[in-house]
Every structure is written in C-alpha cells, then in structure tokens.
Design a protein around this ligand. Structure first.
Ligand code: DAH
Length: 353
C-alpha cells in the first residue's frame, strides 16, 4: 500500500510537471484530485487493512493528497502568470504614444463676425428680424423709392428670377440689399397694431446678391446688416449717437467716426459713416488708401415716402436706417486682401479664425 501511494504521488507530480495550459491543468485536476482519483481509492480500501497498518497508510495517504493539492496550487499560479505574460506580449499597447489630434470644428469667420455685430446691436436694444432672400421688384426697389429706370438701380446689378411674369412690380429678384426688409417689417407691425403702429428697433441680417464680375474686391453674394429705428421724434442726432456707440463697441472705445453726406433713394438726408483706420490709427496706409478713414456703412433718416409705404404716417413718425457690409468690416480688420477667400472654403484660410 505504501509503495502504491509513493507511485501515485510520483506519477501525478510527473504528469503535472509537463502541463503548460489551463485546459490540460483542469483535466489533470479532475484525474488526480477528483472523486475517482487514485489516492481516493486508497482511502476506500483502508477497511481491508490490519489495525497496525491502518494509521500508517492513512497518514501517508493524507500526505500524498496534500502534496498533490499544494503542487496543483503552485502549478495553477504558474499557468495563470504564463497566460498573463503571453497576453501582455501579444496585446502590447504603448500608452506613452501621443494621441491622434482631434480637429476642432469652428464657425465660419463671417458667421462669427455677423453674430458679434448682432450681439452688440442686441445689447443696444435691436431685435433681429429676418426677411426673405427672394423679393419682388416692388419690395426690392419701388417701395424703397427706386422706380423703374431710376439710375440708382445701376448701383446694384440684379439677378432676376425667370418666372414668366412680365408685370414690372411682380418680377422676382434675389434681393440686392436687406433694405426691402424695412418695408416688410413696418407693414407687418402696422397691420398687427392698427391704428397705432408700434415703435421699431430692429436689425435685419442676411445674404444679398449682385450680378457682378467676381474679382478680389467683389463677390456675387455677401451679407448685409440693416438697421431700422422708427418712433416719434427720432432725429439725426439719434442716428449719430447710436452708430457712433455701435462703432465703439465693435472696434474699441477710442474708435473715432465721421459722417459724410451721401445719397440713397430711401433716406433723406443720407450719409456714409467712416471709422478712423484701425490699421494705421488714422495716419494713412494702404488699407485706407492714405486717407486715414474707412467707410463702413450707409445711413440716413428714413424717407417719408418709405415710412408711408410701410404704413407709418410720416407726419407722426420719423426714423433712421443704416446698412453695413459685415464681410467688408471683417476684411478690413484682418487685412484680408481678396474677398474670394471668404466663400472659397479653403481650410487653410478658415482655420486661422
Ligand atoms: N441698401 C444700401 C446698399 O445696399 C445700404 C444702405 C444705405 C441701407 C443707407 C440703409 C441706408 O438702410 O439708410 O447699398
């Protein structure tokens, strides 16, 4: 019996020594530590032994059982470590490598600039009013005091839309400026509040279109921001104060402005506002063409005919309006020399903003 136990131990440990992986180890465990393991059969044969032999064999059998169990525990740990080393080697990941950079999205510079203008006007009490991009000749021109064959139409070469309509006023155009929104807004507010139309302080942003040769200085589309203020006792002083304050908020507290007399059919009197050149500080440079000033918007007191067309009685109401080109301001501010960069969608340009 003792000899048999020695043999059981020797064979089990020899088999264990050759095991490399977890599947073989499990099979070995069942064969040598399970209910039908050889050492267990020794226990069941104890009854046949003499009284003297029994304690000796029992003690020895327990030793063998423990030896097998502890050898198994040790082997199990070895196999586990080997599996871990193997997976570490094959799934190696260098956590010190720098990550792939994420490209950050951004708003188009023209959108950023437009939002800035609208937020400044918003602080000054202007609400945004959006109007249509496809207009009738009547709204784009006639109601703004620009009758057919008026020479001012040549300032704004027009895209006409083919609709088959021949009636002049009903011809459809891509709006050449945001000014027709003035009429749309006034008519809406007047219609909603008879007989006393409310006061107005709105900004009208949006794309306008002109049938022009595309060059470094002109594009067929660009944004405008129109302003319209209508009320009782609105004066040219309000116009000057409001626009000068807008410029200070937009270009800095020390920005100087000046007004020059001008002409627009829908305002009387009309003016253009210049801001002191922010590139050279007024000394004269290439950007301001040595004048020290940059023209940034047109403005004026709303023409009585335009108020009338909007449903506001010019005997009771007065107002001022202005129109500016945000892209032009953007180009001046960043010294962008070619307007085609703006809609060219070249990432090398756009990523600079
Ligand atoms: N609509 C004019 C243009 O596109 C700009 C303009 C000038 C708008 C004077 C106005 C204004 O409201 O009062 O050239």
């Amino acid at each position: 019996m003792l000899q048999k136990l020695a043999q059981i131990e020797e064979e089990a440990l020899a088999a264990l020594a050759n095991i490399q992986d977890e599947a073989a180890l499990e099979a070995w465990r069942i064969a040598n530590m399970g209910r039908s393991a050889p050492v267990m059969s020794v226990f069941s044969q104890m009854g046949a032994l003499s009284k003297e032999e029994r304690p000796l064999v029992g003690q020895r059998a327990n030793q063998v059982k423990l030896a097998i169990e502890s050898a198994f525990a040790q082997k199990a740990e070895e196999v586990k470590q080997a599996a871990l080393q193997k997976s570490l080697a094959s799934e190696r990941l260098d956590v010190t490598l720098p990550g792939r950079p994420l490209r950050q999205g951004r708003l188009h510079p023209a959108t950023q600039n437009l939002r800035r203008i609208l937020s400044i006007l918003g602080e000054m009490g202007f609400q945004v009013y959006t109007s249509r991009e496809v207009e009738s000749d009547e709204y784009n021109f006639q109601l703004l005091n620009i009758p057919p064959y008026h020479p001012a139409r040549e300032m704004q070469d027009t895209f006409y839309i083919e609709t088959g309509v021949t009636e002049e006023a009903e011809r459809q155009v891509l709006r050449t400026h945001t000014s027709p929104g003035q009429i749309r807004a006034m008519r809406q507010f007047a219609a909603e509040n008879p007989p006393n139309p409310p006061e107005i302080r709105i900004a009208l942003p949006g794309m306008v279109y002109r049938f022009e040769q595309i060059t470094s200085r002109s594009e067929v589309q660009f944004n405008q921001v129109e302003g319209l203020v209508v009320g009782k006792n609105i004066t040219f002083g309000d116009l000057k104060g409001t626009l000068a304050e807008f410029v200070r908020r937009m270009f800095g507290r020390s920005a100087k402005t000046r007004f020059r007399a001008s002409y627009f059919p829908f305002t009387e009197p009309s003016a253009e506002m210049d801001v002191e050149c922010f590139v050279c500080g007024g000394k004269g440079c290439g950007v301001c063409k040595k004048s020290g000033w940059l023209e940034i918007l047109g403005c004026g007191m709303v023409h009585p005919t335009v108020l009338q067309n909007g449903g506001y009685d010019p005997a009771v109401y007065s107002g001022f309006a202005f129109g500016m080109g945000p892209e032009r301001q953007l180009m001046l501010r960043h010294k962008i020399t070619d307007i085609r960069y703006l809609w060219g969608n070249d990432m090398r340009f756009l990523e600079q903003f």
